[in-house]
Design a protein around this ligand. Structure first.
Ligand code: ZN
Length: 181
């Protein structure tokens, strides 16, 4: 309580505007470009469609959230390197499996690249991609497509605001660039 009064006092201090920084519970608007170590572009925000996200709740990969923590609107950062362990994880060989054709709905024409929900050996629902078809043997991969990649981000901060109570409850940002529901 004492801390709250102190910080309110600081905010009201004349001619002293404290720039908002990225911390947990802020809704942040960023432009980003993602490449791999070889410099190949993997993803980016479109010029008029920046990414809007709620900071500190795991909407971004951990390594990127850490790199953004404490930045202000107008800041930019280039070549933020995120190792797989702080990104989409290492490739887990136990998630690359061969299963029988009869495990799939019989009416489905299987093709490489198709995605299915399946249960892991631990019983969790998990998305898998068909990566190979050899007769009745179907190879599926449950790793994230960017697992094992070192991610390289270029980012710029457009805007930072406080999240609303509703956004905190939902765990995501609302409004333009965020969730609409
Ligand atoms: Zn919501």
């Amino acid at each position: 309580m004492v801390f709250k009064i102190l910080s309110d006092g600081l905010r009201r201090a004349p001619n002293k505007e404290i720039a908002m920084t990225i911390t947990k519970g802020k809704v942040v608007t960023i432009n980003y470009q993602l490449t791999n170590k070889a410099g190949e572009e993997l993803d980016k925000s479109e010029p008029n469609e920046p990414l809007v996200y709620l900071h500190g709740v795991g909407q971004l990969v951990p390594g990127l959230e850490k790199a953004l923590e404490g930045l202000k609107a107008g800041d930019s950062k280039a070549k933020i390197e995120v190792a797989p362990t702080e990104g989409y994880g290492e490739v887990r060989s136990e998630l690359i499996l061969k299963v029988g054709r009869d495990q799939f709905p019989s009416e489905t024409e299987l093709e490489e690249g198709m995605r299915f929900w399946a249960h892991t050996p631990e019983g969790q629902r998990h998305p898998f991609t068909v990566v190979g078809i050899q007769g009745d043997q179907i190879e599926i991969d449950g790793n994230h497509p960017l697992a094992g990649e070192t991610l390289v981000f270029d980012i710029s901060i457009v805007e930072i605001r406080d999240a609303t109570k509703e956004e905190m409850e939902h765990g995501h940002a609302h409004g333009p660039g965020g969730h609409h529901h």
